[in-house]
Design a protein around this ligand. Structure first.
Ligand SMILES: [Zn+2]
Length: 73
C-alpha cells in the first residue's frame, strides 16, 4: 500500500463516525494535533476530503499558535 500521498482505492476515512472514502493519508500525530479524533492504529491516518479540509484549516491555525511544533511539516 502506498502511503506517500493519495490513498489507494477502498480506504475509508479514519475519523470516528465518518464513513466517507479516504482522500489523503496524514501522519496520525498531526491529525490529532488538528483536534480530529481518529481510530487509526498506525502512524498514518486516512482522511476523507471533508476531514482533510478540516485538518488543513485546523493545522494552519495551530501552526500560527505553536509554530515550533510544526517545523518538519
Ligand atoms: Zn471523514
Amino acid at each position: 500500500m502506498n502511503f506517500m500521498g493519495l490513498v489507494s482505492k477502498g480506504a475509508k476515512c479514519n475519523v470516528e463516525g465518518c464513513e466517507n472514502d479516504g482522500a489523503r493519508s496524514i501522519n496520525t500525530t498531526k491529525v490529532e494535533n488538528a483536534h480530529l479524533r481518529v481510530n487509526s492504529a498506525g502512524k498514518k491516518s486516512v482522511l476523507c476530503k471533508e476531514h482533510y479540509k478540516e485538518y488543513k484549516k485546523e493545522s494552519k491555525d495551530d501552526r500560527e499558535l505553536e509554530r515550533a511544533r510544526f517545523d518538519k511539516f
